[in-house]
Ligand binder design. Structure first.
Ligand code: FAD
Ligand code: EPU
Length: 343
């Protein structure tokens, strides 16, 4: 029988490390245990599924059940000379899985090296980095419908992936426990993506002309380690905001005022501008408000300088959003999932 613990500190289970307690807490290691919780009625009350806690900010104590996902295991679904299709338990650590792929020369996820968190959270926001999004390798996502206990499978198309978005953040939000993710990886003729400037620079510096998956992964790990703060050293949840997309007309107006503004093509003929640049222009980079702050190398990352509360970090985020709106007339939305104390 599944054990439910009362009044559990959540700081060790999140990368922001803010102090918050869960009224109730449990770990699930099998689909049967998820069904047990359904039968006991836990999902008809307030609950939160927690993976690695690297994309959440608790605003205070959580008045409900926190379910920590520890569904492990993997199996090969199908294999040809070119590809391998693997179903992976949603509690598996994402970066460990990427390293396993590199070790076995399986291609597709190397650009996503060193992203913290679990396999199951990867489709939630369609994790992405260095020119690749996880939607490119996902075949299907399986999970448990928390109202019926039935297993439901979503094809890649049904996941409705887009930049940091999926159906799991919208129509299926808080209704679905992702139990496994099935990925298709290459076994040969890997399509290497080194077009993201900094990766190619590193390969050039090292005079690598025929890169392997490991070369790409190492380059990504090198870039990330030099830019992004390590949550073990200083609490953070990666990019706090999403990069906003604006219309071409809005972008042209901005470029008249700021000729150096960086930009990238985006979905639906919009133009993506880096929120980190916008925030830096507002003077926030490296600033500190009490125990909360903006990272000195990456303005998109909010940091916990020690003992900051979720409310303090959230209040800083709102100040930043207000300044960006005033200066650029652009709304920047949080990427991090903000968890209220009660619904
Ligand atoms: P959690 O934070 O535990 O949960 C995130 C959300 O998903 C919550 O709403 C939770 O309820 C829900 N959820 C989690 N598991 C399940 C499940 N099994 N079923 C249903 N819902 C679930 N992200 C990127 O996209 N690209 C990056 O380059 C990147 N870099 C980062 C760097 C750092 C230093 C940090 C700290 C974070 C970074 N992130 C990045 C954000 C984060 O790592 C990802 O969003 C990751 O996928 C979150 O995984 P998690 O298991 O920690 O999810
Ligand atoms: N920039 C600044 N100032 C800053 C930060 C960035 O001017 O303080 C500029 C950079 O000079 C560059 C541009 O913004 O021209 C983009 O910067 P970077 O390459 O660091 O990427 P990002 O847009 O800040 C995004 C993702 C990251 C992902 C990296 C690499 C989002 C919200 N963030 O960051 O993902 O790792 O690209 O692909 O899309 C995350 O989601 O948590 C995350 C870390």
């Amino acid at each position: 029988m599944i054990s439910i613990e009362p009044h559990v500190p959540l700081a060790p289970y999140t990368t922001f490390g803010v102090s918050a307690f869960a009224d109730s807490f449990c770990r699930v290691t099998s689909v049967d245990e998820i069904r047990e919780l359904i039968t006991q009625g836990w999902f008809t009350k307030r609950f939160l599924i927690l993976g690695g806690g690297s994309n959440v900010l608790f605003l205070g104590d959580f008045h409900g059940l926190v379910v920590r996902n520890e569904l492990l295991g993997q199996r090969v679904v199908h294999e040809t000379e070119e590809n391998i299709v693997i179903e992976v338990g949603s509690g598996v650590n994402w970066h460990s899985f990427v390293m396993q792929c590199i070790d076995h020369d399986r291609g597709g996820v190397e650009n996503l090296s060193l992203i913290p968190g679990t396999m199951g959270a990867a489709p939630m926001q369609n994790i992405g980095a260095y020119g690749v999004e996880v939607k490119e390798v996902i075949e299907e996502v399986k999970g448990i419908d928390l109202s019926t206990g039935r297993e439901v499978t979503f094809t890649n198309e049904e996941c409705q992936f887009s930049y940091r978005e999926s159906v799991f953040k919208h129509a299926w939000k808080e209704k679905f426990f992702i139990s496994s993710v099935t990925l298709r990886l290459t076994k040969k003729n890997h399509v290497l993506r080194s077009h993201y400037g900094a990766i190619q620079n590193i390969l050039d510096q090292q005079k690598i002309t025929s890169p392997t998956l490991r070369h790409i992964s190492d380059a990504v790990i090198h870039i990330r380690s030099s830019k992004l703060p390590d949550p073990k050293q200083i609490g953070n949840a990666g990019s706090f905001f999403k990069n906003p997309s604006i219309t071409v007309a809005q972008f042209e107006q901005l470029r008249e005022r700021y000729p150096e503004i960086p930009s990238y093509p985006s979905e639906n003929q919009l133009i993506k501008v880096p929120a980190g640049w916008l925030i830096e222009q507002c003077g926030w980079k490296g600033k500190r408000v009490g125990r909360a702050g903006v990272h000195h190398q990456q303005a998109l990352v909010l940091v916990n300088h020690g003992q900051a509360t979720g409310a303090e970090l959230f209040s800083l985020a709102k100040e930043i959003q207000r300044d960006v709106r005033e200066k650029f007339s652009i709304d920047i939305a949080a990427e991090v999932n903000i968890i209220e104390s009660a619904s």
